[in-house]
Design a protein. Structure first.
Length: 157
């Protein structure tokens, strides 16, 4: 199981990452589950979603523009890094924070390594779902020793 770091602390994961179209999404949200939905599923179900329970995740090829009309109401935007060498997620984070003013939780998910965290924080991420083999203590040290994020909600101890 991977560790989750948010705002400079290791915390328990409350959100479930959904990787594809799943049956009963709306019913699960109504039952109180917190789901991170792929952009396509989130857009298809958006009119029926509880905005407090439905986060969205973006892949490196997803069109950010499709999310923009509802961005202010999304509590969690996660950006998937399929490989640690794929840098497109950094650009998405930067655009969300700087160009579009997103102030909610911005999470890195997927192949997230300790070595990436300082740069991710600088780009606007304030939470990180570490790859299972990455030690949380080293991640916290990397955040403290790295560049501090100028983005809202990105407090680092």
């Amino acid at each position: 199981m991977s560790a989750l770091i948010r705002d400079g602390k290791v915390i328990d994961e409350n959100w479930q990452w959904i990787e594809g179209d799943v049956p009963r999404v709306v019913e699960r949200l109504e039952a109180g589950e917190l789901l991170m939905l792929p952009l396509g599923v989130w857009l298809a179900q958006r009119p029926r979603l509880d905005p407090l329970c439905a986060g969205v995740w973006l892949g490196p090829d997803d069109a950010l523009e499709a999310l923009l009309p509802w961005l202010a109401d999304v509590p969690l935007v996660a950006i998937h890094f399929p490989l640690f060498t794929d840098g497109r997620g950094y650009s998405l984070a930067h655009l969300l924070r700087r160009r579009h003013g997103y102030t909610g939780e911005l999470r890195a998910i997927g192949d997230v390594l300790v070595d990436q965290l300082a740069l991710m924080a600088q780009c606007g991420f304030n939470s990180f779902s570490l790859r299972a083999d990455q030690p949380p203590a080293a991640a916290l040290a990397a955040l403290v020793g790295g560049l501090r994020s100028p983005w809202p909600g990105s407090a680092v101890p």
